[in-house]
Design a protein around this ligand. Structure first.
Ligand code: H2U
Ligand code: ZN
Length: 350
C-alpha cells in the first residue's frame, strides 16, 4: 500500500461492489465547522425517568418487570406492522410501492442504566448474545420474515433516544438494500471462485496484519480496506458460518469477548462513550440455504478527529461516492494501540 499512502485513490468494497474515495494527503486541513458535545456516560444505575429501567412505565402504559439480565419487548412505536396489507403499486416501473410486513422489538442489555457493552463483563454480555440468537431464530422461523436486523444506535449523536444499554430488532418481509448487495456479492463470489468472500478476505487481512484491531480465538475485529467511516470496523468469525444460531458456546462467548474488547478500545480512543451504529449481518431467513453467507458485524462510528468533531456525509459523498481522509490503516493502528482496560478504570493521574 505504500504507493497509495499519500495520493488520492479509490478503494473497492467487494461486499457492496461500491467505491470509496481516499484522500490521505488531506488529513491536516483545519476545522472551523460544527463541534458536538462530548458524550458522557450515564451516572446513575437507576433513572426514575428512563422507560427501559426495571419497574418503570413505558409509553404504552406497560410496566417493565424487575429483570435481572436482559429484557425484550415489542417496540411501542414500531416502524413495521405485522399485518401491513394492500395492493402493490407499479406505474411503468417508475412509481413502485408494496406493503412491507415486519416486527420491531427492543432489547435491554442490562437492568443497569449506567452500563454500556464496554462497561459490561464477558459474563454479562453472554446473555445478550443468547437473546440475540433466540430472537434471530424465532423471528427468522416465521414464514413472512426473510431478514432479521439486530442493531444498536449508541449515543445521542447517532440518534439513540436513551443511554440505557439497548438495541433494536427490525425483522422484515423483504431484504433491505444492504442485504441485497451483500447477498449478491457473496453469491457471485462463491459461484465464480468457489470459496467464501469473507473467509478469503479474512485470510488476506490476517496475513497483512495492517488493519487488524483486536482478535481472540474465534473472532477478529479489523478496519476493512474499504472502510467509509473514520473508525469503521468489521467483526468476523474465523470459522465460516452464517448466523448466530450456528455458534458453539465457545464462539458465543468469543463474540461477547470481541465486542467488549472492541468497544473498550473505541471508548479509550478519545476517552468518551464512543457513539456508533452497529449491527449484525446474518443469513437471510428466506427458507433457502445460504452457504455463501459469512456472519459479521459492522460498526459505523461517526467521530473523526476528537470527541467533538464528527464526519458528515455531505457534498461529493451524497452526490458521488463516500470519501475519507485518514486511511483505514492509520485508524487500525490507533485502535490497536488503545489499551484494553477502560479509561474509567484507569488510576487517577496525580
Ligand atoms: P433508540 O434509542 O435506538 O431510538 O431505540 C429506542 C426504541 O425504544 C425506539 O425505537 C422505543 C422507541 O420506539 N420505545 C418504546 O418501545 N417504548 C417506550 O416507552 C419509549 C421508546
Ligand atoms: Zn434506564
Amino acid at each position: 500500500m505504500t504507493l497509495l499512502d499519500d495520493v488520492s485513490h479509490r478503494r473497492f468494497n467487494p461486499l457492496t461492489r461500491e467505491w470509496v474515495l481516499v484522500s490521505p494527503h488531506r488529513t491536516r486541513r483545519p476545522w472551523l465547522g460544527q463541534t458536538e458535545r462530548a458524550a458522557r456516560p450515564a451516572e446513575q444505575a437507576y433513572d426514575p425517568e428512563c422507560y427501559l429501567c426495571p419497574g418503570n412505565r413505558r409509553a404504552n402504559g406497560e410496566v417493565n418487570p424487575p429483570y435481572p439480565q436482559t429484557l425484550v419487548f415489542p417496540n411501542d412505536f414500531p416502524a413495521l406492522q405485522p399485518d401491513a396489507s394492500g395492493a402493490a403499486i407499479n406505474d411503468s416501473g417508475l412509481i413502485v410501492a408494496e406493503p412491507e410486513r415486519g416486527i420491531a422489538k427492543v432489547v435491554c442489555f442490562s437492568p443497569r442504566h449506567d452500563l454500556t457493552l464496554a462497561r459490561m463483563s464477558v459474563e454479562e454480555i453472554e446473555p445478550v448474545v443468547k437473546i440475540w440468537t433466540e430472537e434471530y431464530r424465532a423471528l427468522g422461523a416465521r414464514e413472512e420474515i426473510r431478514w432479521v436486523q439486530i442493531f444498536e444506535n449508541r449515543g445521542a449523536m447517532m440518534g439513540a433516544s436513551n443511554p440505557h444499554p439497548h438495541c433494536q430488532i427490525w425483522a422484515t418481509e423483504s431484504l433491505p438494500n444492504e442485504a441485497v448487495k451483500e447477498l449478491s456479492s457473496q453469491r457471485a463470489y462463491r459461484s465464480e471462485r468457489g470459496g467464501c468472500l469473507l473467509c478469503d478476505y479474512l485470510a488476506l487481512e490476517l496475513d497483512a496484519k495492517a488493519r487488524i484491531v483486536c482478535e481472540n480465538e474465534h473472532f477478529v475485529a479489523l478496519t476493512p480496506f474499504w472502510a467509509v467511516w473514520p473508525f469503521e470496523t468489521l467483526v468476523l468469525p474465523r470459522r465460516h458460518f452464517g448466523a448466530m444460531d450456528e455458534m458453539s458456546a465457545a464462539e458465543a462467548r468469543g463474540l461477547a469477548d470481541a465486542l467488549r474488547r472492541l468497544t473498550i478500545r473505541y471508548d479509550n480512543l478519545f476517552e468518551v462513550a464512543f457513539p456508533y451504529s452497529m449491527g449484525f449481518h446474518q443469513s437471510p431467513t428466506d427458507g433457502v440455504a445460504h452457504p455463501e453467507w459469512h456472519f459479521h458485524a459492522h460498526f459505523y462510528p461517526p467521530l473523526l478527529r476528537s470527541a467533538t468533531v464528527r464526519k458528515f456525509m455531505v457534498g461529493f459523498e451524497l452526490l458521488g461516492s463516500p470519501q475519507r481522509d485518514i486511511t483505514p490503516e492509520s485508524a487500525a493502528l490507533r485502535l490497536r494501540d488503545a489499551p484494553e482496560s477502560h479509561y474509567l478504570d484507569w488510576p487517577a493521574a496525580d
